[in-house]
Design a protein around this ligand. Sequence first.
Ligand SMILES: *Cc1c(COP(=O)(O)O)cnc(C)c1O
Length: 339
Amino acid sequence: MIIDLISDTVTRPTKGMLDAMMTAKVGDDVFKMDPTVNALQEKAAAMFGMEDALFFPSGTMANQTAIKLHTQPGDKLICDKYAHVYNYEGGGAAFNSGVTCKLIDGNRGMFTAEQLQEAVIGRADIHVPYSRLVCVENTTNKGGGACWDFSELEKLKKISKENNLAFHLDGARLFNALVAKNETPKQYGELFDTISICLSKGLGAPIGSILLGSKQHIAKALRIRKLLGGAMRQVGFLASAGIYALDNHIERLAEDHQKAKEIGAVLATAAYVTKLEPIETNIVIFYVDEKIGADTFIKKMKDKNILLTPMGEGRIRIVTHLDYTDIMHKILLKELKSF
Ligand SMILES: *Cc1c(COP(=O)(O)O)cnc(C)c1O
């Protein structure tokens, strides 16, 4: 048995999800004639109280499309130094949109309204790139699954509005935040111009993301998605997995969070752990003693069929998910205790 804790993207579709996929009604989505894709998009838009939604093959493409539709080449987007849009999308902001990123030195992937206010200064000066877009990530990936304080997001929205900046949420793991903080999709729908959500992370679908926004924004997004090669044909087979995930796999994220906390409780008392980040959702980030080293620790766990990820600078990441069972959890806790 392999205990794969590398990411919440490693899950396989459940039996129920596979059945839904196999029996999906499909059509050519490029002609908007796939009923299952249309149903998923309508469902997501209704959940968030937003006008429209568009299915994407990946979260990266959904985020990159959002950046493209909000900016012109030479503009600047503002995000945290840990942001996925900056660190993990292959430099796509520059490649696809010709924009530069202003990085805020935040805390665990989150920044304050004061920091944003500082970052937007200089807007009217022809020498500086125009600030056009603010990107926020919730939960933060590199920040260890941290959740924003909603009141801080409201302050960011106010500053964005005052400065005529678009406000985009990279919500790849937004449902983890909603469950952990007891918030609703509609709260977020009211706040942001565009939101991307991943169906293929904690929600357990094999493929797929959604971009939400106004009718106007999504009409633009449709064109950009085509341009990026992301318009697909009978993709209802995947969209049905997304519908199944939204119907069945949101509340259960609390189980992943509970397991992550229990892993954290063991690590907190382990002699070899030098630092443990706070655990709010399904991501655990910790540092091991330099005498052992992250690479050796990961290798020794791999020898026991337990897979973990290095996150640089001695950080190790564990991500709990749908396919991480109670039995696996027991084994992992035992191995972490006895290491
Ligand atoms: C996974 C992830 C994405 C999208 O990744 P894809 O692999 O392209 O689907 C975007 N943002 C964050 C924060 C993520 O964790």
